[in-house]
Write a protein that binds this ligand. Structure first.
Ligand code: FAD
Length: 566
């Protein structure tokens, strides 16, 4: 039987559903409604128009209605907003936003992919500043034209999530004075506080005025006033504090919302009306690790859900195992990727789970290769099972590959022993014979088997403040270039000769550059009968990155004599 399938929203979820539906059937009638002037544009590339990486806004539009019709026989109607759904009649009402004309369209199946809209709270004085948000091509064009016509170069971006950070980076690249203001103590919640310090440093070092832990309280004439009393000049303000699902259409039609306030669906993305499906940013999804419902505003899940819906409409159920949330971002010279649980998420969900973390900084390629870079890698795993729960990687080189491996491992229920055994491709320009993910597996296995104990860079300030005995096992020349205040330098190469100097009655904390040499030192001392030994994971590099941004932006005392980031 020929079906008439109507789709609301013509971008990530909507366009993917339409294309997949056509692959299922040549006969079905497929109509896709989009209230904006463009279908199928690259939301994810929008910020890159500000810096000129994507030169023309037109290039952001990947498909036009004419192409949809010619290539796929899909009737894509732009500037057409679906304003209501009559579920009894199986009919929608559509408004042509250019002419105001309204008309009805029937459906056999209806797919909602209306996305999520930027949150713009009613902050006092908001009418005194030029406020923008970034959701579509029209928005970015408007923002780009405005900032480029301003006399001053002062722009404030409110909100340090993906969109805020990407907009801030691209505006800075375009030569603007950018302030990035985040109310929480950190930007980019997919990363834990310890890891995100690398990105804080990168923004700071590139001249972005990054302000964390301070909230916008009001706007005055072309300026932003923060709760701390700070006043930031801004001739344009970009609001990027988050998005909220577009649910009006669904609510007015009596479709159920879930606990998160997004549209509730079953595992085949069907709403409480068996003829209406919903996908993308507008719905809530099941998080396979927190085992709760969540909102996940990412393009990959939206497109996969859309494909699942098209399959289900055509009689094919798809096993839906839920989502784990994998994402990646570029911040100037650094790339950051994450997947699964992080410590922040575990705490926020009050999860009753015992876990530990591995933090290592291996190379992403063999060090002799000209493009070799360090990867700051954090693995989170369950104790004692070793089940892999999540990971974060930040570095100038190839981090997404490592997180993709972990994302795959999590989906397949892997343990840290499985990571140890992974056979990944290797040649010097691509990686190391033992990959970053293998190393993480080794360290986790060692920790699980009790071979050694560790503390992290975040613990070091406390250790210094209480006068703990810290040993720097790097060579003297490295120590001279910067070290933790009060640390005693006994290089690994001299450890056995200078063993008498090491107090056996004290708890000892050892570090090197990245944690590998000090791990060897810890094992050597353990074999020589020493007890109460801790390796400082991530070493002096980890400590330097962890401490730097707060040292630069607050008046606290440094705990290191010069940093070392290499
Ligand atoms: P959308 O793609 O937003 O499409 C919804 C469309 O529905 C909109 O165009 C809207 O106009 C239309 N619509 C709404 N209501 C109606 C109605 N009643 N009638 C007709 N049309 C309607 N995700 C990533 O994974 N990686 C990234 O790097 C990334 N970068 C991003 C950068 C930016 C600046 C933005 C804004 C988003 C980014 N995302 C990224 C998120 C990703 O784009 C979204 O998760 C994804 O587009 C969601 O798909 P969707 O179909 O639910 O919504």
């Amino acid at each position: 039987m020929i079906k008439k399938i109507v789709i609301v929203g013509g971008v990530a979820g909507g366009a993917s559903a339409a294309a997949r539906l056509r692959r299922h059937s040549e006969e079905d009638q497929i109509i896709m409604f989009e209230r904006g002037p463009h279908v199928s544009f690259s939301n994810c590339c929008l910020p890159y128009h500000l810096s000129g990486v994507v030169e023309s806004a037109e290039n952001l539009v990947l498909m036009c209605p004419q192409k949809f019709l010619k290539m796929y026989n899909i009737d894509a109607r732009v500037n057409n907003e679906v304003v209501s759904i009559d579920r009894d009649q199986k009919e929608i009402k559509v408004k042509n936003v250019l002419t105001g004309e309204e008309y009805a369209e029937s459906y056999d199946k209806l797919i909602l992919s209306p996305g999520a809209k930027p949150i713009v709270p009613p902050i006092p004085g908001i009418e005194n500043v030029n406020v923008f948000s970034v959701r579509n091509v029209v928005d970015i064009d408007k923002l780009n034209s405005f900032v480029k016509s301003m006399h001053s170069k002062n722009v404030s971006v409110i909100g340090g999530g993906f969109i805020g950070v990407e907009v801030a980076e691209n505006l800075k690249e375009a030569g603007f004075n950018v302030s990035l203001i985040e109310a929480m103590p950190q930007i980019m919640r997919p990363f834990d506080y310890d890891m995100v310090q690398i990105l804080h440093k990168e923004l700071h070092d590139h001249g972005v005025n990054l302000i964390v832990g301070d909230k916008v309280s009001a706007f005055e004439n072309n300026s932003v006033i923060l709760e701390s009393g700070k006043k930031i000049e801004a001739d344009a303000v970009v609001m990027a504090i988050g998005v909220t699902p577009e649910t009006d259409l669904a609510v007015n039609a009596g479709l159920e919302l879930g606990t998160t306030g997004a549209i509730k669906t079953d595992q085949n993305y069907r709403t409480n009306d068996e003829n209406i499906y919903a996908v993308g940013d507008a719905i809530q999804v099941y998080h396979a690790l927190t085992q709760s419902y969540t909102k996940l505003a990412l393009a990959g899940p939206a497109q996969k859900q859309a494909r699942g819906v098209a399959d289900h409409i055509n009689g094919k159920s798809v096993l839906n195992k839920g989502f784990i949330g994998s994402s990646v971002i570029k911040v100037f010279d650094y790339n950051g990727a994450s997947t699964g649980l992080n410590e922040g998420l575990i705490k926020a969900h009050n999860m009753d789970i015992k876990y530990d973390t591995v933090k290592i900084i291996p190379g992403d390629k063999v060090g002799l290769m000209p493009e070799a870079e360090n990867v700051h890698f954090k693995l989170i795993y369950e104790v004692p099972s070793g089940r892999v729960l999540g990971a974060q990687a930040i570095g100038k080189g190839n981090v997404d590959k490592r997180i993709d491996v972990i994302a795959t491992a999590i989906k397949l229920g892997a343990t840290t022993d499985d990571l140890r055994d992974l056979e990944l491709c290797y040649a010097p320009p691509f990686g190391t014979a033992k990959d970053v993910t293998n190393y993480a597996g080794y360290v986790a296995s060692n920790l699980l088997h009790g071979s050694f104990e560790q503390v992290h860079a975040a613990d070091v300030r406390g250790l210094v403040e209480r006068g703990a005995y810290i040993i720097d096992v790097r060579e003297e020349v490295e120590y001279e270039q910067g070290h933790v205040n009060g640390a005693v330098n006994i290089p690994l190469s001299m450890l056995r000769d200078r063993i008498e100097e090491i107090p056996a009655d004290k708890t000892l904390y050892l570090y090197c550059r990245s944690g590998a040499r000090s791990y060897n030192a810890v094992l050597a001392l353990q074999h020589l009968g020493f007890k109460n030994l801790y390796n400082i994971s991530g070493g002096f590099m980890g400590i330097s990155f962890y401490e730097y941004f707060n040292d630069q932006t607050t008046d606290r005392n440094k705990i290191v004599k010069d940093y070392n980031f290499e």
